[in-house]
Design a protein around this ligand. Structure first.
Ligand code: ZN
Length: 158
């Protein structure tokens, strides 16, 4: 496994549409393993393949409940609404306010190419939407409600 270089906003590869995966070849398995390592190294909750320069429909997500690998993911249903902060490993040091569904249902394929349906609420719903959009060349910055803000970390009082 290896940590891969995360592409930054402005890199044209982030605006391209990704291709479907037909089979999990050793090369795709290596991509998945590397994406997980890269996401954890960067303290992210999700990463999509184009963010490491690969135009394939693969996403990894971990909101703290363990890794989820999504191959060819697609949004099936969404309901409700949440408005909150969102950030992206390809836009370091920034965040923005984005409205997303509160609940989503998605379909995807796992590493054995078994179809699955997953549901997510709150942060997980947000992560699914954010990462799936990367596969079609879209970034959350297109949806921010009042621009991008600098992520400032409060210093602890002595
Ligand atoms: Zn992102």
């Amino acid at each position: 496994m290896a940590v891969r270089n995360i592409r930054q906003m402005g890199d044209g590869i982030l605006n391209k549409k990704c291709r479907e995966i037909k089979a999990v070849t050793p090369r795709i398995q290596e991509l998945i393993d590397d994406m997980l390592e890269t996401m954890y190294e960067a303290n992210g909750v999700g990463l999509a393949a184009p963010q490491v320069g690969v135009l394939k429909r693969v996403v990894v997500v971990d909101i703290g409940d363990g890794p989820i690998v999504l191959i060819n993911p697609r949004l099936m249903e969404s309901s409700g609404e949440q408005t909150g902060e969102e950030a992206c490993l390809s836009v370091p040091g920034k965040y923005g306010i984005v409205t997303r569904p509160m609940h989503v249902k998605i379909e995807a394929w796992d590493e054995d190419m078994q179809r699955m349906e997953l549901e997510g609420d709150e942060l997980l719903a947000r992560a699914f939407c954010h990462e799936i959009e990367h596969l079609d060349g879209h970034m959350y910055v297109e949806k921010v409600e009042d621009g991008l803000h600098e992520a400032v970390y409060e210093e602890e009082d002595e």
